[in-house]
Design a protein around this ligand. Sequence first.
Ligand code: CP
Length: 307
Amino acid sequence: MKRDLLSIDHLEDATIRELIDRTVKLANGAPPERRNGRVATLFFENSTRTRISFELAARRLGLEVVHVDHSRSSASKGETLVDTAQTLAAMDIDTIVLRHPEDRAAEKLAKALGPNGPAIVNAGDGCNAHPSQALLDAAVLEHQRLNWSDLNILLIGDVQHSRVARSDIALFQRLGAASIRIAGPEAFMPQSVPEGIQRFNNLDAALDGADIVVCLRIQHERIEAGGAPDPASYHAAWGLTEERAQKLNGEALIMHPGPVNRDVELAGSLVDSPQSLILKQVNTGVHLRTALFEWLVPPHRARPGHA
Ligand code: CP
């Protein structure tokens, strides 16, 4: 049966475990398996980490990869997303990696294309989900040999507009994190959060006892003009400053899905500090997406012959 990656909630526990374990093995030097097939990266929003790591991962497995530049594609002439995807499928593209500004775009596309359509990978849809980011974040923590039951995880900032926060929270809860906290200005706090998530309106209180601090970028592209705070006052109130970081326990680690705005959500010096896992997250992204293609693309599939 065709597999998609749509959200953390769509994944079975055994699949989550398989993907994380395989990612850690690849990060430790295991050779990638070979696969046949064609992948398209179809990105309606900008990306550095996600797009490039999906493309590198596909090539590691021997998959053919094409990038569809949406601003130069026929999507800009009014073609619907479903028609674009069907056009790609007619060229024997069997996996579409989609980034889209609309919530649940990947899920709707997978439903429209049906069980015989290409596999759909959600590479970030609106404020909804970014499941491959959450999986790579979890793999980074497991690669550090950390135990979920010991981890008090704090996400700071624009939780409301962050698809990474939604997927991280869903995944870290399922993996058994000791506690998950969110902190940020009221305007950036979601209306509802899953049961068990602790909300803080004071950053210093939230940081007390945190083992993992995930800083989030202000998602300006999803905030109405004039609705975002000015960077300096935001940093003073909600940024992870050096002073605040010094109060963390000595083993605490800092994460950020990127792209980082230095000296806004966290001090620039902390990005480059030994506590930072940020570049490790980027590197692990290639391994996670390699594991993902191994899972998505069946082995021994014949290479398409007619196009
Ligand atoms: N983390 C993340 O999604 O980064 P990009 O927007 O660069 O892909």
